[in-house]
Design a protein around this ligand. Structure first.
Ligand code: ASP
Length: 449
């Protein structure tokens, strides 16, 4: 069995829903299809919920009306058979009435979760009705019947597996199951969710539960690129990457994949294929444990980084100093990303500066504090094991004229990161692309000619 997950853009319009259906129908294996809400819908539902919280009922009603109109437009264009269009309209009206009825209730987080769940429930129902119209045998299964989170809001893998396997094995006639991403039930049997962007996580959890042979994540880009196409011209999509390397890149805005989502797939050793709904013939990127070893796989950057340097002669040969510094960050609920130390100073970076003033105040007693902002972390992912010669030279030789503020190397075998001024970022990404990928790029160009 394989699992296919289509994101919001993939089901974002009636034309795209048809494209998704064509992909689903072209895959012969038994499959579970996980869908997001149509793009923008969860944001709108979130706004409706915020308006309710603020007691702004008229604006909330206005937004619900607009959603209703949007869905009616989709239904008008999607179905040819009158009977199916009628069913779809009934379904939409039912959800519209549900949302309207919530306008009169007392707002609570329970109500908020019910509102947020509507996007995925509607998209999966509309999609399944379309499969009925094009005569593709499928079965809609509700994620609320098997996707369970425990008291710590963590997926309860055993229950998920148990419930899902029962549901699937009771349906011997269906080869295609459709279900919702993102939504789940909590330990109180209330509607809940796996947090924004959680549909990838759903797909990964389902893959692990059914022991899928592959999990496919369909988005609107051709998998992961070797560098950031927004700043570098000659980038290419990576054909394969290891889980370790993909995990290193996840933090760096490799937005294509929700960072947490990869964990169940990785633990169950299930390959994850990233594909483009709008270019289904493109190879995409396969994340798996036996990816061929590449010295340098990809480069990514993250902006809005702030570096904090704490310099103190008391640190010399002392123990417990770092612990005290880390405690300041822990108390301020701020995560540290990069860290480098010398005998008398420690530099670290953060990307959330909401508590920076507090942090600086609390660090003041430890030594001299310097803060630099407008920095970017550049991450190089690959098989950069420390026992190999020449890798670091190869990287830094490309950057002769760029001032580097911090370097982090040796934390893992798959990552080397360094910190530069954001104003140098584009130059750095381009210099590294030329220096590290020149050969691959010219091979790819010669294949095209
Ligand atoms: N629809 C949800 C969101 O927009 C979940 C998802 O698409 O992954 O966050």
């Amino acid at each position: 069995m394989i699992v296919l997950k289509f994101g919001g853009t993939s089901v974002g319009s009636l034309e795209n829903i048809k494209k998704v259906a064509a992909i689903v129908c072209s895959i012969k294996e038994k499959k579970i299809v996980v869908l997001s809400a149509m793009s923008g819908v969860t944001n709108t539902l979130q706004r409706i919920s915020n308006l309710l919280l603020d007691g702004n009922i008229d604006s909330a009603k206005h937004k619900i009306d607009n959603l209703h109109i949007k869905y009616q437009g989709v239904i008008n264009g999607l179905y040819n058979e009158k009977g199916i269009a009628k069913k779809a309209n009934e379904l939409i009206n039912q959800h519209y009435n549900l949302l309207l009825s919530l306008l009169d209730t007392c707002y609570s987080s329970k109500i908020q979760k019910i509102i947020l769940a509507q996007g995925e429930i509607i998209s999966t129902n509309l999609f399944q009705l379309y499969l009925i119209e094009i005569k593709h045998n499928s079965k809609l299964i509700s994620a609320l019947d098997f996707m369970i989170i425990d008291q710590n809001n963590e997926p309860d893998s055993l229950s998920i597996k148990d419930k899902l396997l029962k549901i699937v094995s009771n349906q011997t006639k269906a080869d295609t199951f459709i279900t919702q991403g993102f939504i789940c039930k909590n330990k109180n049997n209330e509607v809940d969710n796996l947090e924004r962007g959680g549909s990838d996580y759903t797909a990964s959890l389902i893959g692990a539960a059914v022991g899928a042979t592959q999990i496919q994540i369909w988005t609107d880009i051709d998998g992961m690129h070797n560098n950031d196409p927004r700043y570098v011209d000659q980038t290419f999509s990576i054909e394969e990457i290891s889980f370790d390397e993909a995990a290193e890149l996840a933090y760096f805005g490799a937005k294509i994949l929700h960072p947490q989502s990869i964990i169940p797939a990785m633990e169950s050793n299930i390959p994850v294929l990233l594909k483009n709904t709008f270019k289904p013939d493109a190879k995409g990127t396969l994340i798996h444990n036996s990816a061929n070893v590449k010295k340098i796989r990809a480069i990514a950057a993250k902006d809005k980084i702030t570096a904090i340097k704490i310099k103190s002669y008391r640190m010399l040969m002392a123990y417990g100093f770092l612990k005290k510094i880390f405690e300041v960050f822990e108390q301020n609920e701020t995560s540290i990303d990069m860290i480098t130390t010398s005998e008398v100073a420690v530099s670290l970076t953060i990307d959330n500066t909401s508590r920076l003033d507090n942090i600086i105040q609390e660090l003041d007693g430890f030594g001299k504090i310097e803060v630099d902002s407008d920095l970017s972390i550049i991450c190089i992912a690959g098989n950069i094991a420390q026992n190999k010669k020449g890798v670091t030279a190869e990287i830094f030789n490309c950057l002769e004229n760029i001032p580097i503020r911090m370097i982090s190397y040796g934390g893992s075998n798959y990552n080397l990161s360094f910190l530069v001024k954001t104003s140098d970022k584009v130059a750095v990404l381009n210099l590294l692309n030329e220096g590290l990928f020149e050969q691959t790029i010219s091979e790819k160009i010669s294949l095209l000619n």
